[in-house]
Design a protein. Structure first.
Length: 460
């Protein structure tokens, strides 16, 4: 077999000898894999970065004479990438290093201990601390948790791993978290999300915080999934998003040793089934609860913590003849009651929402109303991501709602005759106050909470 010289690091030099080559011919590397060896620092000889969607084993070797190479470490990639620094401490003078991929020596194994960062005892997903308003009606009645799938710590932990695992996609490049990013309120900052093969989704990825509370229970912008358990499996099978089949996914995950442990902990046996994948993912998503906001602190103290502008915005939001936003974003969870709405984005609608499913004219432009919690983190806005900022959203409702036969009642002027969209006629100061109030719904802890973060170990 024809080989090439490997990149090497000299243990005496701060800058190593860098070359983008490998000990095996390029065609012998795993599909989609690459690596590079970066220059070192005072503390480190160098740094190795491996990109490997197939999650293979790689060897670090050393030599002092370029004739005899000795294995130093074997590194197992767990979720598509691995980074490791080589410390100077203890490295003999004149030593060089290289990386080796050998398809005949795939000896690395993945366990919960070496592949994942899962705490002991497990993180608390099952019993979050909730504000009093969440423990009574109407929010209590918005809880869509089914009796056969309550949140448990072991199953939500499994769901967390599944949520971040790129092997849920056909080519191991996209995970649920690719389109629902923690730093962005579990939404996607891009207008449309990129699928496993580079294609774009048809709609903006909705934020997932407080998905547990939605009276209508259904999921997706057009509510085509009857439950969260049904919803979480659809992107996996979507031809643009992840491109997998459920039987293929079951086989792929069953081959991973740590999933045997996680499924056993969650469900009593190691069997990997699509039903269990569905339940675990749904439990994790329902555990993403946002209640640590400035608004929540204010709700418990008469909003004494609010600025004058924020309180003005709260009044505009809740007052029907001012903003009237609470008509569609009600309760302390900021979701609708039993209605699905047309908010007058356009006429006719390019994306017809529920109408595309039913073919009924009276369903054109009907879309799910998401919670406004963490709204400042989840730009861009609307089902098609057409608005980049909250200021643009407020201005739309202030002056831009379009007449449509299905326009929801709170957005139209009362009375007979043709539909007339309501105009709020807010001043610049009032619009700024409304935005300031919506920013009080941001839960900074949610975007950094480790129990909702990527659990995979990536080396350093």
């Amino acid at each position: 077999m024809k080989t090439k010289h490997t990149p090497t690091f000299n243990s005496l030099a701060i800058l190593g000898i860098l070359a983008l080559s490998a000990p095996w011919a390029a065609g012998q590397l795993p599909a989609g894999a690459s690596f590079k060896m970066n220059a070192g620092t005072v503390e480190n000889i160098g740094q190795v970065e491996i990109a490997d969607p197939g999650n293979h084993s790689w060897k670090l070797q050393s030599t002092t004479n370029f004739t005899t190479w000795t294995d130093v470490e074997t590194w197992k990639v767990h979720n598509g990438r691995f980074t490791k620094s080589i410390p100077r401490t203890g490295a003999p003078a004149g030593q060089f290093f290289r990386m080796v991929f050998d398809p005949s020596q795939q000896t690395g194994t993945s366990t919960v201990a070496n592949g994942l960062s899962v705490p002991t005892p497990l993180a608390n997903y099952a019993n979050p601390t909730l504000p009093p308003s969440f423990l009574q009606q109407p929010i209590l009645g918005q809880d869509n948790t089914p009796v056969n799938n309550p949140v448990t710590n072991p199953a939500a932990t499994l769901g967390r791993v599944l949520f971040y695992d790129k092997r849920l996609s056909f080519n191991n490049t996209v995970s649920c978290a690719s389109c629902h990013q923690q730093a962005n309120g579990f939404s996607d900052p891009e207008q449309f999300s990129v699928g496993f093969n580079g294609g774009l989704t048809g709609r903006n990825s909705m934020g997932l915080a407080n998905a547990r509370w939605y009276q209508r229970v259904k999921f997706f912008w057009d509510e085509r999934a009857a439950t969260l358990e049904a919803q979480v499996l659809q992107p996996i099978q979507n031809a643009v998003e992840m491109g997998m089949t459920l039987p293929a996914l079951e086989t792929k995950l069953a081959a991973e040793p740590y999933y045997q442990t996680l499924f056993t902990n969650a469900f009593g046996t190691s069997a990997v089934t699509s039903d269990r994948i569905s339940k675990a993912l749904a439990q994790f998503v329902r555990s993403i609860v946002s209640t640590q906001t400035k608004f929540d602190v204010g709700a418990a103290s008469g909003f004494a913590n609010f600025t004058a502008e924020e309180n003005q915005g709260r009044t505009i939001f809740n007052t029907p003849n001012q903003g009237g936003c609470a008509a569609c974003h009600g309760t302390d969870n900021f979701v609708p009651g039993g209605a699905i709405t047309n908010n007058g984005l356009e006429n006719p609608y390019v994306d017809k929402g529920v109408g595309a499913l039913t073919g009924l004219p009276q369903d054109e432009g009907l879309f799910k109303v998401p919670s406004l919690r963490n709204i400042a983190l989840t730009a861009p806005y609307m089902h098609d991501g057409r608005f980049a900022t909250l200021e643009e959203v407020v201005e739309f409702y202030n002056s831009g709602v379009v007449a449509h036969p299905n326009l929801s009642g709170p957005l139209r002027n009362p009375g007979p005759g043709p539909v007339q969209p309501r105009r709020l006629n807010l001043t610049a100061a009032q619009k700024a106050a409304l935005v300031a109030f919506m920013r009080t719904l941001t839960d900074a802890s949610l975007s950094t909470d480790v129990k909702f973060s990527d659990p995979f170990q990536y080396g350093n």
